[in-house]
Design a protein around this ligand. Structure first.
Ligand code: AMP
Ligand code: MG
Length: 351
């Protein structure tokens, strides 16, 4: 398939002309990748089972991993969610449009192809002007997982989407770099107690500030034991992963650097190409290896923003092993560490 790439110019306002063809493709059951404020999404009509299934084929995604349906305004929610609890209304008031996904009991019209056979549906209202306007113009809810090949790091730049999706989908909207860089926070509001299923830029602290009690799904805190099923089915898969083996090193900064340098030297002597993920603050501490600066500890937003691009960059540089510094798990750090732990396949040492 020939994939059309359309460069989007946003000068204050979105130019509808540039989005009309993409909206037509979505209405007609085709696939369009588009920028959002979190990562690039791969969109299809969420109410069209055949269209939603094409997403699984393009990504190579396991069919039991449900999709998030995207809406442009609150009026579009009742068509998807059969119950909108009070907690959801409160969260929507505070965080929509924005990087928050909520899981609701679903309306019967939402096909199994979108929800992976679950009786719930995940819904998000993006704030990115291109994403929001595209959904409005399409006139249908848009199912959109991250626009990467399943298992690879999520795409935060149009080039990443082109790498993974060119030839497999009808259109890619190039809106340059996304803002946040990690996927949305997911909260299940379909049960008694709101439960965090995936950490993101709307932090646990922010959710508790809005609602009081919010539980945390155990899948977030570590690798899943055999036979245990996370509530967000996607959390069980190895994810966000670079091609090389990755080790996450926790501890005080100087000890972490000393450990990484010792291991990097050994690996280099064994003929391996070594990648090191460090920060602005620590970049001077590593004499060997391919250094990737992920961001600044004093601005964790920069770490989230660069995280997936750095993992892709290390793939590009064909390193054999990666050593990464780690981060505190407060606030946005919870989302950062969740993605890094998964990228490392929970291969972590404390020094
Ligand atoms: P992605 O859009 O690629 O970031 O993946 C979507 C994530 O949302 C996956 O981890 C899914 O398992 C999760 N998800 C989607 N729908 C539901 C649902 N109804 N209940 C729980 N998790 C969901
Ligand atoms: Mg994804």
């Amino acid at each position: 398939m020939n994939t059309k790439i359309v460069k989007i110019t946003v000068c204050g306002k979105v130019n509808d002309e540039e989005l009309l063809e993409a909206a037509e493709i979505l209405k007609g059951g085709g696939l369009v990748a588009f920028p959002t404020e979190t990562v690039y999404g791969l969109g299809a009509n969420a109410l069209d089972e055949k269209a939603a299934k094409k997403i699984y084929a393009a990504k190579g995604r396991p069919s039991d991993n449900p999709l998030i349906a995207h809406i442009s305004c609150m009026d579009e929610l009742p068509a998807l969610a059969s119950e909108i609890p009070d907690a959801a209304r409160r969260l929507a008031m505070r965080f929509w449009p924005g990087p928050l996904t909520m899981v609701f009991k679903k309306q019967s019209r939402v096909p199994d192809g979108t929800t992976g056979g679950l009786d719930t549906v995940a819904v998000r209202m993006p704030s990115d002007p291109v994403a929001n306007r595209l959904i409005r113009l399409a006139g249908v809810p848009v199912a959109a997982p991250s626009a990467n090949t399943s298992g690879r790091p999520s795409p935060t730049r149009a080039e990443h989407v082109i790498e993974d999706m060119a030839g497999k989908i009808e259109m890619i909207l190039d809106g340059s770099e996304v803002g946040i860089g990690v996927e949305s926070t997911i909260v299940d509001v379909s049960g008694e107690i709101p439960t965090l299923l995936r950490p993101g830029a709307v932090t646990l602290e922010m959710l508790r500030g809005a609602l009081g009690r919010v539980d945390v799904d155990p899948a977030i805190e570590g690798p899943m034991a055999e036979g245990v099923h996370p509530k967000a089915p996607g959390m069980k898969y190895r994810h966000y992963a670079p091609r090389a083996e990755m080790l996450l090193v926790e501890g005080e900064a100087a000890r972490v650097a000393a450990y990484i340098n010792k291991e990097a030297k050994k690996a280099a002597e064994a003929g391996k190409r070594v990648g090191i993920i460090c920060t602005e603050e620590s970049r001077g501490l590593y004499p060997v290896g391919v250094l990737e600066v992920i961001g600044s500890r004093s601005h964790e937003e920069t770490v989230a923003h660069n995280l997936f691009a750095v993992l892709r960059e290390l793939d590009e540089k064909a390193v054999d092993c990666i050593f990464s510094e780690s981060f505190s798990e407060d606030r946005l750090g919870q989302a950062i560490m969740n993605r890094l732990c998964k990228a490392a396949g929970y291969h972590i040492v404390r020094v």
